[in-house]
Ligand binder design. Sequence first.
Ligand code: AHM
Ligand code: MG
Length: 332
Amino acid sequence: MTLEEFTIQELRNFPKATGQLSGLLRDISLAAKRINVEVNKAGLVHHIIGSTGTTNIQGEEVQKLDEFANAQLINVLRGGINCAGIASEETDDIMPFDDPMSNKAKYVVLFDPLDGSSNIDVNISIGSIFCIMRRVTPLGTPCTEEDFLQDGKAIVAAGYIIYGSSTMMVYATRRGVNGFTLDPSIGEFTLSHPNISQPASGTIYSVNYGNFGSFSGQVQQFIENCQNRHKNNGGPYSLRYTGSLVADIHRNMLKGGIFLYPTTSKAPNGKLRLLYECMPMAFIVERAGGKASNGSKRILDIKATSLHQRSALIIGSEEMMIEYHNEQRVDT
Ligand code: AHM
Ligand code: MG
């Protein structure tokens, strides 16, 4: 079943649905296919790799593919009629589409167009992350920042595209998580991973171990426990970390594991973006049965106060998350 067929099938189960959410998911999947084509050319065509020579609002170098992916997502969402406006990791401010059709749309979309961009030039999986929120401002008016600065209760769907050994789009709604693999022979995302459920435990931990020295004592202890405690239990956990959030969380969601990006001395509020990275991934993982926190608070209970707010992120299999939080309590 293609993603398009799947979303239409879902609509049949909800006769009252307006089809706006399904339309958005199809719009996003179209942008994903266009981004995928360029990502696949990255080793061949030099005008698309490397830096644009500019920096984004976060002071990071903007890669040409980041910019391309951002433009593709904006174009499909602006061209469609289901999105009132967007916020992007690569754009300073929100972008209300502000035309009569868009102003009537129920949803706004937040995204990180190309996450893990430091991996583009070295052929390691990268991803796009998106989050669809129900707006709070009156329909018929342009959306405002208030529609984006919400907590997890506003999320109706979230997903990611992973450009890896194959290209997949995984998305979650309140009804569950489904994964679609791009079938290059027909150019369609095809249902390959129905009803994804994250194993309750696992043997993988994912963390930038280079930052170990600047983690808190409690985080260091948890990591040491991952290395030691399970020796009687089939050996230590395996450390797996690509530096691409989507790839690291995708693997852990399918196999069971925990991902940690705690606060560090360099990033005292965490490195990852609450709205474009942490909240969408938290929504997906929770729908698959896992958990996500900033170390002390559930990610989906945090209400963003600014668009590019950072957060620590601890996310993964339920039992490993409980273990993490129990240890934090014991140690503090
Ligand atoms: P980006 O949005 O600039 O690509 O950065 C986000 C990435 C995540 O994909 C990844 O988990 C993290 O940054 C890796 O950071 P580090 O290199 O500090 O380990
Ligand atoms: Mg990112």
